[in-house]
Design a protein around this ligand. Structure first.
Ligand code: ADP
Length: 200
């Protein structure tokens, strides 16, 4: 089965694209959702995180204190790397497992930080959703109410637009309206169906 990794900066339109692909009947596996499932109370990954970062990253109810963890790894590359060593193999195994259960012409893995973390071993192609940075910022501020400083911090942790585009096999342009985005997704979908057929 053809496997496509979908990525893009914050607010570029990944969720909007996945939602349309889901409507078209294409299975969508989201790395962020899997990552959250892997650290549920009682999980092996959460125990490892606690051993590594201490009980201060565990909240009263036993769940992971993400804000605290983010603070601890912010600007400490070796700590961030430790966290990735705990999470990435598990996320990868779970994605692999879910892919094996599928019967579809192609499947989508949504991996927001694909290019930042090199998690593209499972994918045949990289699909980037792209729009100019000022549009990304405006959309995220409307969606999440973030201020300029928070937005800048998030953008600084992501690869820049040119780097992302240079790593793409396919690009969906999301600088227009939502209906233009849907048309672009539908076109890409037809192209993947074709590709899946000739690769059979
Ligand atoms: P991501 O998942 O990459 O962070 P989203 O798909 O959530 O991005 O899009 C960010 C926000 O912008 C959402 O509120 C979404 O509804 C809105 N949005 C996405 N694409 C468009 C568009 N072409 N026109 C207007 N709003 C858009």
């Amino acid at each position: 089965m053809l496997v496509i990794a979908l990525t893009g900066g914050i607010g570029s339109g990944k969720s909007s694209v996945s939602q349309r692909l889901d409507e078209l009947g294409i299975p969508v596996i989201d790395a962020d959702i899997i990552a959250r499932e892997q650290v549920l109370p009682g999980s092996a990954a959460l125990r490892e995180i606690e051993t590594e970062f201490g009980s201060r990253v565990i909240q009263q109810d036993g769940s992971l204190d993400r804000a605290q963890l983010r603070t601890l790894i912010f600007n400490v590359p070796e700590k961030r790397q430790r966290l990735e060593q705990i999470l990435h193999p598990r996320i990868r195994r779970e994605m692999e497992h879910r892919l094996k259960l599928l019967d579809a012409p192609y499947a989508i893995l949504v991996i927001p930080l694909l290019l930042e973390t090199g998690q593209n071993e499972l994918a045949d192609r990289v699909l980037v959703v792209d729009c100019p940075e000022d549009q990304q910022i405006a959309r995220v501020q409307r969606r999440d109410g973030l201020n300029d400083a928070q937005m800048k911090q998030i953008l600084a942790a992501q690869v820049d637009r040119a780097t992302r585009l240079s790593r793409a096999d396919d690009v969906i342009n999301n600088s227009g309206s939502l209906s233009e985005l849907i048309a672009a997704v539908d076109k890409q979908h037809r192209s993947y169906l074709h590709l899946a057929k000739i690769n059979q």
